[in-house]
Each structure stands twice: as C-alpha cells, then as structure tokens.
Design a binder for this molecule. Structure first.
Ligand SMILES: [Zn+2]
Length: 81
C-alpha cells in the first residue's frame, strides 16, 4: 500500500505574527530588529519593561502601549542608574 502522502505545503502564518494587533508585550523578536536610532546599536529592555535602554548612548526609550518610542527627542538620559 502506498497512500498518497500529503504533498501540499501551505505557507500561512508567516506575516501574521508580526502584524497581529493583539495585546502582547515587546517580544524578543522585536527587540532583535530594534536598534538605537542614534547609534544603531542594540538596545535592551529595562527591568520594569517600560523602556528600552541604549547603553552606548545612555538613553532610555519609553514604551507606551506596548509600542517603543524610538525617537531621540523622546529619549530620557540614563543618569539615575
Ligand atoms: Zn544609542
């Protein structure tokens, strides 16, 4: 017996993950593609997960409504830490 094995390959759920408007925190995948707009270095999530830190520039980019505000003018200096 040689059943017709499924050769259909359906490519779905490829772009959906990135465009989903669901409520979800900043994902690690998003963090990987996000860089500091000033120096283009990698950024890191704060402990409170309310901002993204660029150690290079010593700036904190706020996260509002799960959307990181990647604007140099909106960034706060990282003086406290
Ligand atoms: Zn930077």
């Amino acid at each position: 017996m040689d059943p017709y094995s499924g050769t259909l390959i359906v490519k779905e759920k490829f772009d959906n993950d990135l465009t989903m408007g669901g409520k979800m925190a900043i994902s690690s995948e998003l963090l990987e593609i996000l860089v500091c707009p000033k120096c283009k270095e990698d950024i890191q999530l704060t402990e409170k997960k309310d901002g993204l830190i660029c150690r290079h520039c010593r700036l904190i980019y706020e996260i509002r409504d799960d959307i990181p505000i990647m604007l140099i003018d909106e960034a706060r200096p990282l003086d406290d830490v």
